[in-house]
Design a protein around this ligand. Structure first.
Ligand SMILES: Cc1ncc(COP(=O)(O)O)c(C=O)c1O
Length: 479
């Protein structure tokens, strides 16, 4: 350094970086195998986490060590037997890109130089990976924001000028399956239609949107003067991984001139796996598509992408003139086609992951997690004391333990909730409870490249052991 360090700069950068490297490699090593139990959050750390705002500078080395301990005592989806919710997998390339990206802290709100090209290249790569004819798009903070971005564009498309005038007096509706993610309902609320404008289309025996019911709902609304804003098909529902019949939904939307959005936040990347791609036929006909890179593309939160098959709707929804955000000639700023203002280069993590691992390895990993789900489902289906609740279309498996055979209804629900809690507290396997057709169950979602086939067997053994133990205690509400 040619000048004395500013007090807001670290004095011994080399030393701190060395320590950071050690903490990182310790974290990565700890992800190599499942751990027998979660670490205790010791009293010293708890005490530190209740201290008041520090007024004076502290020791960066000790503070870094504290961060490492706090994170080690937190639930991380990077661990091989984390299978709760829809986790991410914590690709190491994402960590490197995240660190370097944070150092530069580029802002895509306005002209940002090379990072803009990288962002666009990564959008094209994601589109190529899943087979989507992208013309426009943006990285966002998650599936929620991607769905909201797409539905904001769809609203402006269906009700031109509504971004200025609002939607009052113009009845409108959005259509999705009963099992679509809540982010769709939230987006419909945020864009001013109100969630009563959401038509929850019933599902078939495979938990996919019923296209006959969709057609009927659209036609009934049209007759009543309600404007259809968009149909949201889900390619991989959160609860069971069901994929709506995309090609049939695309036909209905094309016949009626309605915007088709595909929420592929979870399942979308599986469209890039040749063996799984046929299940996603019709995805390429969507007007817009959400893909979460922080799910099945393996990078850290938060990293999602919303893509559109046409240029124009994003700018129609978001472009604006402000005295503090002048346009350079005719060129739009980032904020003219996105919901957010200040925005990091989220794509950097995915760009590096594609560069370091290549698309083929990512495809293999996705396929392997689908195999894991199939193997676990087969083990459960053959087991006398478990009931399999879904035939996994992707990598989610829902099931419940049947207890000793004396429980039913509320008793069985309570037993499974207790079992889920016992599994989470035990910490060897991490899964979450869910509800399928009113039945409380256990839900596992395979996402992690670190999970091995042997560990899938181990997972079933641990669940069995804890289920037998839970069965010995009388569930609270079982009487
Ligand atoms: C199908 C689907 N859509 C949207 C979301 C919301 O995504 P995020 O949590 O990235 O906002 C999820 C999250 O699991 C999801 O499964």
């Amino acid at each position: 350094m040619t000048r004395p360090p500013h007090p807001l700069e670290l004095i011994d950068r080399e030393r701190v970086l060395e320590l950071l490297t050690q903490h990182l490699s310790r974290a990565w090593e700890s992800f190599d195998r499942p751990r027998p139990r979660e670490p205790e959050l010791g009293p010293a750390l708890v005490q530190r986490l209740s201290e008041a705002l520090p007024a004076a500078p502290g020791d960066p080395e000790a503070s870094l060590a504290d961060i490492a301990s706090i994170l080690d005592a937190s639930v991380s989806p990077s661990r091989p037997l984390y299978a709760a919710y829809i986790g991410s997998t914590g690709l190491e390339a994402g960590v490197l890109a995240g660190a370097l990206g944070n150092a530069y802290d580029v802002n895509l709100a306005a002209t940002a130089g090379a990072a803009e090209l990288l962002e666009n290249q990564t959008i094209r790569w994601v589109a190529e990976f899943v087979g989507y004819p992208v013309a426009d798009g943006a990285f966002t903070s998650g599936g929620m924001t991607s769905n909201l971005t797409a539905l904001t564009a769809a609203r402006e498309h269906a009700l031109p000028g509504s971004r200025f005038s609002g939607v009052s007096g113009r009845p409108a509706a959005v259509y999705c399956s009963e099992e679509s993610h809540h982010s769709v309902a939230r987006a419909v609320e945020v864009i001013g239609l109100g969630s009563q404008a959401l038509r929850r289309i019933p599902i078939d025996a495979d938990r996919r949107m019923r296209v006959d019911a969709l057609r009927a709902a659209l036609d009934a609304d049209r007759r009543a003067g309600v404007v259809p804003v968009a149909v949201v098909a889900t390619s991989g529902t959160t609860l069971t991984g069901a994929i709506d019949p995309l090609a049939e939904v695309a036909d209905v939307c094309a016949e009626r001139g309605v915007w088709m959005h595909v929420d592929g936040a979870y399942g979308g990347p599986a469209a890039g796996v040749p063996n799984l791609a046929p299940r996603f036929a019709g995805l390429e006909r969507a007007d817009s598509l959400t893909i979460d890179a922080h799910k099945w593309l393996g990078v850290q939160k938060s990293c999602s992408v919303v893509m559109l098959s046409r240029q124009g709707p994003l700018e129609s929804a978001f472009a604006h003139d402000e005295r503090y955000m002048l346009h350079a000639g005719v060129a739009a700023n980032g904020v003219d086609s996105t919901l957010e203002y200040s925005r990091p280069v989220r794509s950097l993590k995915l760009w590096l992951a594609f560069r370091v691992y290549g698309a083929e390895l990512l495809r293999d990993w996705i396929e392997l997690t689908v195999d894991h789900a199939r193997i676990l489902a087969a083990g459960l289906a053959a087991h006398p004391r478990f009931e399999l609740l879904n035939d996994p279309a992707l990598s989610v498996v829902c099931f419940r333990h049947l207890g000793d055979g004396s429980l039913d209804g509320a008793g069985l629900d309570a037993h499974n909730l207790e079992l889920a809690r016992a599994i989470m507290a035990d910490g060897r396997v991490y899964l979450a409870p869910a509800q399928v057709d009113g039945k409380t169950c256990l839900r596992v979602c395979f996402m992690n490249f670190r999970t091995t086939i042997d560990q899938v067997g181990e997972m079933l053994r641990v669940i069995e052991e804890l289920a037998d133990r839970a069965g010995q205690a009388v569930p609270e509400t079982a009487s």
